[in-house]
Design a protein around this ligand. Structure first.
Ligand SMILES: Nc1ncnc2c1ncn2[C@@H]1O[C@H](COP(=O)(O)OP(=O)(O)OP(=O)(O)O)[C@@H](O)[C@H]1O
Ligand SMILES: [Mg+2]
Length: 367
């Protein structure tokens, strides 16, 4: 999977600009606040329909403008794909795939697959379980629309269930919950089963990538903590029982205490909890190993590597890890951004280097 072109119109600090990307390595350099991350964000938008950082699409529109556009072309094993996203200050965004408007964002997913990494992905190891679930959701939604739709429906029913739990009428709660829970466990089972398979595939790959990045000095182990196993039917049954057993507690607390919205992944480094004891550099390397493993999972499932977007990752790594990261991206179209470009690390490689200044490409050089 390669993105050949990205065009931006009134997107953040860009007025009108087009990037023609190399099949292999692409580097976006330039001083701080010139638009490197903005371009990386646009690429992720193109692939998933979402921003990796902003909650509101409207923030993507250049200040003072009312409309913005991101469009791009990619080549996959299935041929050429064009995607266009149009943003409006007064309306929802519109998405077009190969010129045809898609009314559901799910139809965009899986067209251009990407793996995105920026320094805040450190949260993946460091912060709340929500960040780890987000990682699984972004990945699995690109791999399977069925997962994405199950997740959307699950979240909707869960929100309704939590609202219901807060109502004072115990009789209504006890009458209504079992009916909703039938639907809830169905979608939950799809989510849990998909995550279990994903993590079973991902864990050994992440452990291997991590050993490579650390030169074998550290041993990563990752484990899921969902607690549900087996086929979807069995997962649904087990969760149904747990929901029933937790009903009194859930009513007391006013929210649902069991289900895939409580899942977590645990990382240990040389036997100790990476979240609690890992240094920033160690946690960053775990997160990076996970993302590299994710690219392999995409490859295994679809036969093609996704596009790898690495925003500001190089500056955070020591020279040895920079070199290893670079080797690990062999054969994958990669877009790096870096304010301080470590050119020595890239010596001998072929790449395109874009210099960004104030929302424009100042120069493109091929090496
Ligand atoms: N909606 C918007 N309209 C206009 N400008 C915007 C908008 N959103 C962000 N910007 C501007 O974009 C610039 C930041 O761009 P970006 O985050 O891409 O910088 P960068 O090149 O990645 O810098 P760094 O090296 O610090 O990471 C800021 O100056 C910000 O004000
Ligand atoms: Mg940046």
């Amino acid at each position: 999977m390669k993105i050949t072109e990205l065009s931006l119109k009134n997107f953040r600090n860009y007025t009108e600009e087009t990037f023609s990307f190399d099949d292999g390595i692409n580097i976006l350099t330039g001083a701080n606040a010139q638009g490197k991350t903005n371009a990386a964000e646009a690429l992720f938008f193109l692939c998933t329909g979402y921003s990796p950082r902003a909650k509101s699409d409207k923030l993507a529109i250049k200040s003072g403008e009312t409309e913005a556009e991101i469009s791009g072309t990619a080549i996959s094993g299935y041929g050429k794909i064009t995607v266009k996203l149009r943003f409006f200050s007064s309306d929802k965004k519109r998405v077009f795939v190969n010129g045809v408007e898609t009314l559901k964002i799910g139809e965009l997913l899986g067209n251009i697959n990407s793996v995105y990494f920026n320094p805040s992905e450190l949260k993946l190891v460091q912060e709340s379980p929500e960040d780890r679930r987000r990682f699984m959701n972004i990945s699995l939604s690109q791999m399977s629309r069925n997962y994405f739709y199950a997740l959307q429906r699950y979240n909707k029913i869960l929100a309704q269930r939590n609202n219901l739990l807060k109502t004072p009428d115990v009789f209504i709660i006890k009458e209504t919950l079992p009916v909703w829970d039938l639907q809830l466990v169905k979608y939950a089972a799809t989510i849990i089963k998909a995550r279990n398979i994903f993590l079973t595939e991902l864990a050994p790959l992440a452990e291997e990538k991590h050993a490579y990045l650390t030169g074998g000095k550290e041993t990563l182990k990752m484990k899921t903590e969902s607690g549900y196993d087996g086929e979807e039917r069995e997962i649904a049954d087990a969760l149904k029982t747990d929901l029933k057993n937790c009903m009194e507690k859930d009513m007391r607390l006013g929210f649902t205490t069991v289900g895939p919205h409580r899942d977590d992944i645990k990382f240990t480094l040389n036997g100790t909890d990476a979240r609690v004891f890992g240094s920033q550099g160690q946690q960053r390397t775990v997160a990076l190993a996970l993302k590299l493993a994710e690219t392999e999972t995409f490859k295994k499932r679809s036969g093609e590597y996704p596009v790898l977007i690495l925003d500001d990752v190089l500056s955070e790594l020591d020279k040895s890890r920079q070199k290893k990261l670079l080797s690990a991206t062999d054969g994958i179209q990669t877009i790096f951004t870096a304010a301080d470009f470590p050119s020595a690390v890239f010596r001998g490689k072929s790449y395109s280097r874009f210099t960004i200044e104030n929302g424009s490409i100042k120069s493109v050089k091929k090496f």
